[in-house]
Design a binder for this molecule. Structure first.
Ligand SMILES: Nc1ncnc2c1ncn2[C@@H]1O[C@H](COP(=O)(O)OP(=O)(O)OP(=O)(O)O)[C@@H](O)[C@H]1O
Ligand SMILES: [Mg+2]
Length: 258
């Protein structure tokens, strides 16, 4: 039997190489998209509405196949890497007939994991996102922020090595959104996972990420990679610092508004 040798490369944990994508109507959305992420990084992806951010995230997740080019996660295609990818979308997509516990448990059930270990993992995830007291609540009984935390717990329960977030806090009010951002940082620090997060908020991108990728063009590509040289953990008043403001300005001017 021939076994494929997987090369562990921590500095190029996720590789997106020369990816092109067109929908079936023939309109090309992505052209020569190339970037890589080191293991454990928290990277934000920004760009104007309709540029192709969600399309790129779906390609990275393996939900869409690139027309050309390749995606490698730890040396394997996203399909082979599955289920080590967790996904959270703008709307929580929770099953309304399942409790918070039942929703978080679903990915484990789908993989046939039903024992005590699975139960303990679900409990641990609910605790991690601060919802241990809400295991029996249904999505309709939760606030928007709480529902997104359940979605986050569900995405993390099978211990993914890559977490893809597409505007996870887009539907939340400004205050909840800010609190969720800090929650996400806490969870990321407690949980060894590489994060690629699409956001419309430049300040959120700079506050959370090690690096901000900027997409531009039609078809789109990554035109800028802006490092965020802020220390971790991010301090309470980091938004008032000159470095933070410089990063925000750099990201804003990199996004070409057409
Ligand atoms: N199923 C589809 N068929 C054809 N075109 C599509 C399809 N889905 C998206 N598009 C087009 O692809 C482009 C990129 O869409 P995408 O959803 O990736 O943008 P986005 O950057 O995520 O935008 P937003 O910030 O508004 O979420 C848009 O022009 C959109 O109209
Ligand atoms: Mg989108």
């Amino acid at each position: 039997m021939v076994t494929k040798k997987v090369v562990m490369d921590k500095t190029h944990f996720l590789i997106v190489r020369d990816v092109d994508y067109a929908f079936s109507d023939g309109k090309q959305i992505l052209s020569h998209v190339t970037f890589s992420l080191p293991q454990g990084a928290f990277v934000a992806l920004v760009g104007q509405s309709g540029v192709g951010k969600s399309t790129l995230l779906r390609i990275v997740s393996g939900l869409l196949r690139p027309f050309r080019g390749e995606v490698l996660l730890n040396g394997r295609s996203p399909h082979e890497a599955d289920p080590s990818i967790g996904l959270v979308f703008q709307h929580d997509n929770l099953l309304p007939w399942r409790t918070a516990y039942g929703n978080v448990r679903l990915p484990l059930e789908l993989r046939g994991e039903n024992g005590l270990q699975a139960h303990e993992r679900v409990q641990a995830m609910l605790k991690l996102v601060g919802l241990e007291g809400y295991a029996d609540s249904y999505p309709a009984q939760l606030s928007g922020g709480m529902a997104q935390r359940v979605a986050l717990a569900r995405a993390l329960v099978h211990q993914p090595s890559l977490l893809l977030l597409d505007e996870p806090f887009g539907a939340l009010d400004a205050l909840t959104r800010e609190r969720m951002g800090r929650e996400l940082l806490r969870i990321w620090q407690a949980h060894p996972v590489t994060v690629l997060m699409v956001t419309h908020s430049i300040t959120e991108a700079v506050l959370l990420a090690d690096e901000v990728l900027v997409m531009n063009g039609r078809p789109a590509t990554i035109t800028h990679r802006i490092p965020v040289p802020l220390t971790r953990p991010r301090e309470e008043n980091v938004e008032q610092t000159a470095v933070f403001q410089e990063c925000v300005t750099a990201v804003r001017s990199a996004i070409q508004i057409s």
